[in-house]
Structure formats: C-alpha cells, structure tokens
Design a protein. Structure first.
Length: 317
C-alpha cells in the first residue's frame, strides 16, 4: 500500500503521468449524484459516479477531498473493501466524500485512472489525483491513509465540509441494508481487517471446497494470497535476486507478484511467460499455475490477460 506524499500535489508532471483526467475534466455533464450547484451539500456522502457526472466530482474536490473507489460487481475484494470505505467516510462526517466508480460501466474513467487491477482507491484534491492504494486493506490502514489525506488536503487549502441534505450522515435508517456475506466470506473479511492473511486464505479455500464455482471466493483468494506474498517484500532486493538468477522460479515469482501489486501487470505476465519458455517442460507446472492465478486476479476479460493467455497457449502447443 502506498500513502500520500505531502508534496504530491506540487508534482504535476508526475501526476499527469500516473492519471490523465484531461479528457473528462471540462466536458458538459449533468450534476453529479450527491452534489448540488454550490458544492456545499449532498444527499449522501457516498455517491455513484459515471463518465458523464465526473466533471462535477472534480469540482467538488476543490471544497472537500473526494475518495474514488474503482470497483466491479465480479470483484470479490471490492466487496470486502467498499463497506470499509463507506463506514470510515461516513464517520468522518462530511470531511471526505466517497465516489464509487463501476469500471465495467464507465470505461473512460477506468482508462483515465489506469485501473490495471481493482479495487483501486484514488483521492481527488483540488482537482488533482492522489493515488492511495490497490487491493483490499484492513480498516485501520484505511483510517491511517485517510488521516494523511486530510492533512495533505489542508496543506493545499481544501478544508471544507459537506453537509448532508435532510438527514444525519451517520443515520443507519437512511442507508440500504448491506447484503449479508456468506459465513466463510465474512470470516475472510474479518481476517483481512485484522491483517491475518493466512486465516483469510484458509476461509476462502474452504469456501471454494464447498463451491468450486464461487467466483467471489476465487477472486478474494487470489487477492489475499498476493497480499500475503508481498507483505514486507523489498522490491529492489527482489529485482536484484531475479536478475542474478534468471531461472530461479521463486525469485521470478517474487518480482512478478510485486509488479502485479504495483499495477505493472504486463511486466509480470511477460516475466513469467519468459520463464515458462526457458524452463524444461517438467519444471513448468508451478509457473503455469501462478500465471493462471494471476489471470484470475486481474480478470479473464482484461486485454492483458487475453494477450498473455494467447502466448501461454502458443508455448504449450
């Protein structure tokens, strides 16, 4: 997970390289759900945002920091993270607003934010993007990052508060009931919140043993396994070890995992496919299994996965 750098808003060239919002910034659009004309009130602190309504969200970010949650219905880890984001934003009482973006329904926003893996969380402060983290993270880490975000916003003059129209922002009666998670999914969710990735892996594995077609459990398992593997890893040391031993499977796995976690999906796939091609046939099995796991994590419909699957198939046959 990466935390906001207090100087990041002054690094405009770096920001433009990471996230390009120029195509969405100035076009006409209907008012964003959850923001009125003066930007001072909203019917909810959690709003669904579309390609068309996004310019108003950018404008709102000049008053109050906006947290953008990029998610999809098929994404198991998204269903773990989103309720945490909603809870923490609501508890902050209007000092932050949460904008939820369904990447499947809003391809322009997905492309603008370069959402190579989800869940992905980005903040907007005074119209500028601030990358926060990718993947499901525990509630305490969300709170810590949001506290840093508020400090960063204050340093850049964004200190407003959004009032909620006609109701207390924290009133449970105004919120639709969240669908109850299956027991093993709930157990995994609790374990992730506690930072106990091993317990989350076990819960998801049990869920898949009960129902091999549970796509949410499969996606959650891949995400948590990745989080577990990269926890505390040193990217520089991992790259040095991989460069020194090109056919060391574990060394190449370590860099591929870090690349996926950092959003460099093509680099990870290319590394593992090159390794697969270089190894003797009897030693290729673990590499193929890791590729399939990462394909499932990124999403079978993702163009990078489709390309990598094609190359894997050509190497197999």
């Amino acid at each position: 997970m990466s935390s906001p750098d207090p100087s990041v808003l002054q690094q405009s060239a770096v920001l433009r390289g990471a996230v390009d919002l120029s195509a969405l910034r100035n076009r006409p659009a209907a008012p964003a759900p959850g923001a009125d004309g003066d930007g001072g009130a909203a019917p909810s602190l959690v709003m669904d945002v579309t390609d068309q309504s996004f310019p108003q969200v950018l404008e709102l970010s000049r008053t109050v920091p906006v947290v953008v949650d990029l998610w999809a219905e098929w994404c198991g880890p998204c269903k773990q993270l989103s309720p945490i984001l909603e809870k923490v934003v609501t508890e902050l009482g209007g000092r932050l607003v949460l904008a939820k973006v369904d990447v499947d329904a809003n391809p322009q926003l997905s492309q603008a934010f370069r959402a190579q893996s989800i869940p992905m969380v980005v903040a907007l402060v005074a119209g500028q993007p601030v990358p926060l983290f990718t993947g499901a993270v525990p509630e305490q880490q969300v709170r810590e990052v949001f506290a840093q975000l508020l400090q960063l916003a204050a340093q850049n003059g964004v200190t407003g508060t959004i009032a909620v129209d006609g109701a207390d922002a924290g009133a449970d009666a105004a919120e639709p009931a969240e669908p109850e998670l299956p027991p093993l999914h709930a157990e995994a969710f609790d374990a992730i919140e506690a930072g106990d990735y091993s317990r989350a892996v076990t819960a998801y594995e049990k869920a898949l043993a009960e129902n091999p077609h549970d796509s949410d459990a499969a996606a959650g398992l891949a995400q948590v396994r990745l989080l577990e593997r990269v926890q505390g890893a040193d990217l520089q040391a991992a790259r040095a070890a991989a460069a020194a031993s090109p056919l060391d499977v574990d060394a190449q796995f370590a860099v591929a995992d870090l690349d996926v976690a950092g959003g460099h999906v093509d680099d990870a796939f290319d590394r593992l496919l090159d390794l697969f091609a270089a190894l003797p046939a009897p030693e290729r099995g673990p590499v193929r299994e890791r590729l399939l796991e990462l394909f499932g994590l990124v999403g079978d419909g993702d163009p990078r996965v489709i390309r990598a699957r094609g190359r894997l198939a050509s190497l197999l046959f």
